[in-house]
Design a protein around this ligand. Sequence first.
Ligand code: FEO
Length: 398
Amino acid sequence: MQLSRKISTDTYYVGSSDRRLALFENIYPIERGVSYNSYIVLDEKTVLLDTVDHSVSRQFMENVKGVLNGRSLDYLIINHVEPDHCATIESIIKEYPEVKIVSNAKAIQFISQFYSFNALERAKVVKEGDVLNTGKHSFTFVLAPMVHWPEVMVTYDTFTKVLYSADAFGTFGALSGNLFADEVEFEKEWLDDARRYYINIVGKYGVQTQNLLKKASALDIAMIAPLHGPIWRENLSWFIDKYVTWSSYKAEDEGIVIVYSSIYGNTEQAMNYLALSLADKGVKNIHMYDASKTDQSILLSECFRYSKAVFASSTYNLEIFPKMEGLLLDLKAHLYQNKKIGLVECGTWALQSGKKMSELLSSMKNIEICLGRSVSILSSAKEETLAELDKLAEELTK
Ligand code: FEO
């Protein structure tokens, strides 16, 4: 059965959603599923923009065949070669042996690395600013290296003013008939996943994302059609502004995220005290997480979101508690920066986690560590430690 929807003049959504997959990229939990978006433009020539993950390949092929309705496929534009979008290329070629693959040289190289057919033989290699005319529509190619992978490009249809934005402006979450962001409660139901998707997957490449935003600002865009999640045709500037904030490593919201690693609950108790102390001092928007309980992708996203953070960790084998160490290394890998930080260490003997957390955070850009040191808790917080935590809370309010 064909399950597609017209989204603009001559333009159809032919992607599909997967609600069964537990971990996207075998690492990110996706309780709300994920969509793999693909689009067809029916012009004098026919164009397919990107394919899908193999998990939805059967539905995808039915959609493509249904929309083409007996016509052949002339062009397959590939904006991104990652297998969640390219796994179905070989099926397309088998079904439409005359199809030309339109993409840049790096993408054609990557396709050759992943698949066994001769990609170069059927390639139409394009560069920045090249245009493909298909009749009424003309597609302009804009390179967006490292807006997730080095071969990424985006494609702009000057007739419909649709920007096919690859991973940019994507989000986790399966689509449920409502393909457009204005058909769902995006801010309430989707924004957290959109932020988590951006920060975890593209977050390291803020500079490259800014470069793409700069190039995109020169285009007259009526619709943004990403490879994951809803399509944007209203209020584009609201979502673009989110991307400007995220890619420039600015805090999206004022607030404090407290992440703790606690083995027997003493560090947790101290953090509950700190949170109350902060609240007493007028701090709003305090969010607490147990690093052993909450998935790292959510913690990463929350740390990027808020202006301040507290990391509290037990010492474990003379190191930072593993769950906390994993988070801090991930923050470093994603270029976490521009934050005010509080540090708390805990242990019964040979406390090391404070020093090691401080070393890790000090290697990141523009990180201010309150008090210039961590607050130490010997086994459990006693009166003197509570006074120290109050002092830390005071520093965090400044
Ligand atoms: Fe959705 Fe970078 O692939």
